[in-house]
Design a protein around this ligand. Structure first.
Ligand SMILES: Cc1cc2nc3c(=O)[nH]c(=O)nc-3n(C[C@H](O)[C@H](O)[C@H](O)COP(=O)(O)OP(=O)(O)OC[C@H]3O[C@@H](n4cnc5c(N)ncnc54)[C@H](O)[C@@H]3O)c2cc1C
Length: 509
């Protein structure tokens, strides 16, 4: 049996584990190790930092979902790799042997190179940070002042920085205090929308327009020198006459994008990573020095794509990461079977940028190496599409295994019939009850009904019956007894008034 260890239970790690286990079945032992016991959807962190999402909306314990598929999970981070003995050492002291190792440990903020960055600024890289940022923002809006949203030299994922600045703008407008808050974006990019990809024209035009309409000032080619308790010190590069023109930006609230680096455990293995601790891979997503080690996701090293006066990092996207993950999984399986490895991932970048209530989407192809922007659209639908993408990804992680044991839950059984198309059934002849639905639930019900070839009302009735049956299984025995009594009482209330001989007392009728 091939033993595969996956380090990291995030956007790359969990789908990789599902796919590997599904492909290998009993021939593969898949073990996921992670420093956290939960999965978390990183792209929604800016929403958490605005209070538009609760942590429970985007994070949940992952162990049971992995176990359902026969995947072992150890909630302890990677501490060291022993590539000679082919085993990983975990923070809890456990040693786990592997035949193949898939690294999907994401990135950490590297704050040390700019004095004051870690102490004085807020961030959204990780969920815990985003929660603290929201707490600070709530304090800030009581006594507002200038805001600086910035990115240091070598920072990446700058789409999310613009997104955050525009979310803040939208939120302050809703609170009616926008005019009291000058917002400045500080970026190492030569122009807004460069994003480390150099997507001249379309993204530039779009972002410049949106930022101008939102009255957000942007300082480009900016090197962040130092951050104090109330000032950001920057030097602007670019044309010789501007070279290192220094300025001080006062702030009351400051959120910054640092450059990213790989997790410490990987750096200690000679030749595995670049100088920033990110894993070097070949076109098969495999380490050139360690053929049994593959990698996917943000932990991978990418060379800078464009020369800029101030260095800008290369971004990641969920879309590109999914392709890397597919390639890493396919090649790992091929290697385990002694088959030839397959061609490299062809990387696209699809990015949905939430701009508050509006949004912008683009498709760049290929993302790495140099790319063309193929398609760019703007509109309220992107905001909605981003929400849908979050739901889609979270549902994908929580999906029941495809060939699992028959479910004891009636909703799960009903959904099986829905997806196989046999879910229509007769329109319920029972009583009708008016139930107000949220917009999301309303659309979801209608879409499900179309999938099932059923009337929405009929499907709603069947789902409600199944939900009620499942809900009962969560009651205590005493509450179940009370529930039965209540429902009999309701039944009696509905009987015609003059029903001789019908009495109801203490559970009997
Ligand atoms: C703030 C932000 C917003 C973003 N927004 C978008 C967006 O809107 N759209 C988009 O397409 N992309 C976005 N991205 C880029 C990218 O999609 C995400 O960074 C994505 O989460 C990367 O996936 P990953 O699996 O590599 O890392 P992660 O999802 O971060 O997963 C890494 C996993 O490794 C675990 N781990 C960490 N250290 C260890 C260790 N020592 N041992 C074992 N496990 C460890 C972590 O707990 C986690 O489970 C955003 C990135 C950031 C930072």
């Amino acid at each position: 049996m091939t033993r595969i260890v996956i380090a990291g239970a995030g956007i790359a790690g969990v789908p990789a584990a599902y796919r590997l286990k599904e492909a290998l079945g009993a021939a593969g032992k898949v073990i996921v190790v992670s420093d956290k016991d939960y999965f978390h959807f990183v792209p929604s962190n800016p929403w958490v930092a605005m209070g538009w999402r609760d942590e429970h909306d985007i994070a949940f314990p992952i162990g049971s979902y992995l176990a359902e598929r026969g995947i072992e999970f150890v909630a302890s981070g990677l501490k060291a790799l022993d590539t000679h003995r082919k085993q990983v050492e975990l923070a809890n002291g456990q040693e786990v042997a592997y035949d193949y190792l898939l690294l999907a440990t994401g990135v950490l903020p590297a704050g040390g190179h700019v004095p004051g960055l870690a102490e004085h600024t807020h961030g959204v890289t990780h969920l815990e940070q985003a929660k603290k940022t929201y707490a600070a923002y709530r304090e800030f809006v009581r006594q507002p002042g200038p805001i600086v949203v910035g990115a240091t030299q070598r920072a990446s994922v700058l789409g999310a920085m613009y997104e955050y600045a525009l979310l803040v703008d939208a939120d302050l407008r809703r609170r009616g205090i926008r005019e009291r808050v000058p917002i400045t974006v500080v970026t190492p990019e030569p122009y807004p929308g460069h994003l480390g990809l150099g997507l001249e024209t379309e993204t530039r035009r779009l972002l410049e327009n949106v930022l101008a309409q939102s009255d957000i000032r942007v300082i480009c080619n900016a090197e962040t020198l130092r951050i104090t308790e109330n000032h950001v010190e920057i030097a602007q590069h670019g044309p010789p006459e501007l070279k290192r023109a220094a300025s001080n930006l006062p702030y009351k609230y400051c959120v910054y994008w640092p450059p990213f680096e790989g997790v410490a455990a990987l750096r200690r293995t000679p030749g595995l990573t670049d100088a920033n601790g990110r894993v070097k891979v070949d076109s098969y997503m495999r380490s050139p020095d360690y053929p049994e080690i593959f990698a996917a996701g943000a932990c991978i090293a990418h060379d800078a794509l464009a020369q800029t006066p101030v260095p800008v990092g290369v971004p990641d996207s969920v879309y590109a990461i999914q392709q890397e993950t597919d390639a890493a999984v396919a090649n790992l399986i091929a290697a385990a079977r002694g088959a030839p490895l397959q061609a490299a991932a062809f990387q696209h970048a699809v990015w949905l940028n939430d701009l508050g209530s509006n949004g912008a989407a683009y498709l760049a192809e290929p993302q790495v190496p140099l790319r063309n922007i193929l398609w760019l659209r703007q509109g309220r639908w992107v905001h909605q599409a981003k929400i849908e993408f979050e739901h889609y990804f979270l549902n994908k992680i929580r999906l029941k295994p495809p060939h699992g044991a028959a479910s004891t839950h009636r909703i799960a059984r009903l959904m099986d019939t829905v997806v196989t198309g046999s879910g229509s059934g007769p329109v319920s002849s029972g009583r009708s009850l008016e139930v107000p639905l949220s917009i999301d639930a309303y659309h979801c019900l209608r879409a499900l009904a179309t999938l099932a070839g059923s009337e929405p009302q009929a499907l709603a009735g069947r789902l409600m019956e199944a939900a009620l049956a499942d809900a009962k299984s969560y009651l205590s025995e005493a509450d179940l007894e009370k529930l039965e009594r209540n429902s009999r009482r309701l039944l009696l209330d509905e009987l015609p008034e003059a029903q001789p001989g019908v009495e109801f007392e203490a559970g009997a009728s």
